[in-house]
Design a protein around this ligand. Structure first.
Ligand code: APR
Ligand code: PHB
Length: 397
């Protein structure tokens, strides 16, 4: 058994784990990252990419924002389509902030490069990762790599291994409380190399169901339609997808849409999920390991970023002060922000999707949207949530 030591063992090299590693490195705290997959596999995953201003600020602080500023697309507004009409929510003029469209894959690539550049330790294709003694004072992580068994002694373990990871699963059910909501539909997403004919995202509520017009770059679109959870990707030819997308977007947008061949097509279920608390002794959960939001509010990545920002502050202040106080604060501090993002994502999902068989809900939906389009206060509320609610200050000693 090869034995090594680090201050923080991070499980998972997705955006949460890599960003935590980068922030800790800049705070002079040693961390080793263990990732089950290869670096190529991690980079190959197609994920969203709407960054809140707070996320951009953290990436700047982490020293990984250069390409984001060079290639990211700043959007000062977002549109809601309803009954063939588009209503713009003027984010910048309402709340003074914008969002930046920059793919999660690109952010992950920037973080990987920064980690390689600083020579910090990352073990890809680490198998059988297991967590030990996180409830005690000498946590350890064991794993297999290159046919050998390894053990890392550490002060803390950061579970950044996503919803299906080993970290949360290591905590006995009776020590955690779970809150969840499954939605009776999925999102069928298509990626296509065609210039986006829309300059801002369009979230459409139509009688045929939800649709979203998004983008990755000036030459690549990302589009979604609400679909049944029973649907299979094979049942959706590109022609059927674009036909349905155009019907839901309404004539004005439909006339602009090119029936481009898809380079990626996949169906994702929609779920709201939160585990409480986020700290178990010397084990801390962050990102998708602790919570899932439906993608309608574009909050998944941004919540992972605020979690690891709070966790890096908690660990930094713990090592500085030598007290438990900053560590005790991590979970309640995260949960305050997590539940607000869960609420907004749930609200967006309820306003924009077709929930079959509930006439009263349909009337409520219509009325909520009409109120949104007519009320400055309602637009302000949507805007401040969409651009990202402010991070709350870490309580000082
Ligand atoms: N051992 C080691 N690594 C693991 C294990 C394990 N047992 N289980 C999972 N992992 C790795 C996964 O392979 C993945 O690379 O943990 C990483 C978790 O990354 P993400 O799922 O991307 O989660 P997170 O970093 O929290 O990022 C959240 O991802 O899914 C989107 O919408 C979500 O945008 C949000 C972001
Ligand atoms: C995306 O570009 O993939 C995207 C954008 C906004 C969302 C969800 C997904 O709310």
């Amino acid at each position: 058994m090869a034995r090594t030591r680090t201050q923080v063992a991070i499980v998972g090299a997705g955006p949460a784990g890599l960003l935590l590693g980068q922030l800790l490195h800049r705070a002079g705290i040693d961390a080793t990252i263990l990732e089950r997959r290869s670096a190529e596999y991690v980079l190959g995953r197609i994920r969203a990419g709407v960054l809140e201003q707070g996320t951009v600020d953290v990436l700047e602080q982490a020293g990984v924002a250069a390409r984001l500023h060079a290639e990211g697309l700043v959007h000062e507004g977002v549109e809601i389509g309803f009954e063939g009409r588009r209503h713009r929510i003027a984010l910048k003029s309402l709340v003074g902030k914008a969002v930046t469209v920059y793919g999660q894959t690109e952010m992950t690539r920037d973080l990987m490069e920064a980690r390689a550049a600083c020579g910090a330790r990352t073990v890809y294709e680490a198998g059988d990762v297991a967590l030990h003694d996180w409830a005690g004072s000498h946590p350890r992580v064991t794993f297999r790599h290159g046919g050998e068994s390894h053990e890392i002694d550490c002060d803390f373990i950061a579970g950044c291994d996503g919803y299906h990871g080993v970290s949360r699963a290591s905590v006995p059910l009776e020590r955690r409380q779970e809150f969840s909501r499954e939605y009776p539909f999925g999102w069928l997403g298509v990626l296509a190399d065609v210039p986006p004919p829309w300059s801002e995202l369009i979230y459409a509520n139509s009688a045929r169901g939800f649709a979203l017009a998004s983008l990755r770059s000036p030459t690549r679109v990302r589009c979604y339609v609400q679909c049944s959870l029973q649907d299979k990707v094979e049942q959706w030819s590109d022609a059927r997808f674009w036909d349905e997308f155009r019907r839901r977007m309404g004539e004005e947008v439909a006339d602009l849409v090119t029936l481009a061949p898809s380079i990626e097509k996949s169906i994702a279920p929609l779920r709201s999920y939160v585990v409480e608390p986020l700290r178990f002794g010397r084990l801390f959960l962050a990102g998708d390991a602790a919570h899932i939001v439906p993608p309608t509010g574009a909050k998944g990545l941004n919540l992972a970023v605020s979690d690891v920002y709070y966790l890096h502050e908690a660990l930094r202040d713990h090592y500085r002060e030598g007290t438990e106080r900053p560590l005790d604060e991590y979970s309640p501090r995260c949960l305050r922000r997590i539940w607000k993002a869960e609420r907004f994502s749930w609200w967006m999902t309820r306003q924009l999707h077709l929930f079959p068989g509930d006439a009263f809900a349909l009337r409520m939906q219509r009325t909520e949207l009409e109120y949104l389009f007519d009320s400055h206060a309602a637009q302000f509320s949507m805007a401040e949530n969409y651009v990202g609610l402010p991070f709350d200050e870490a309580a000082r000693a």
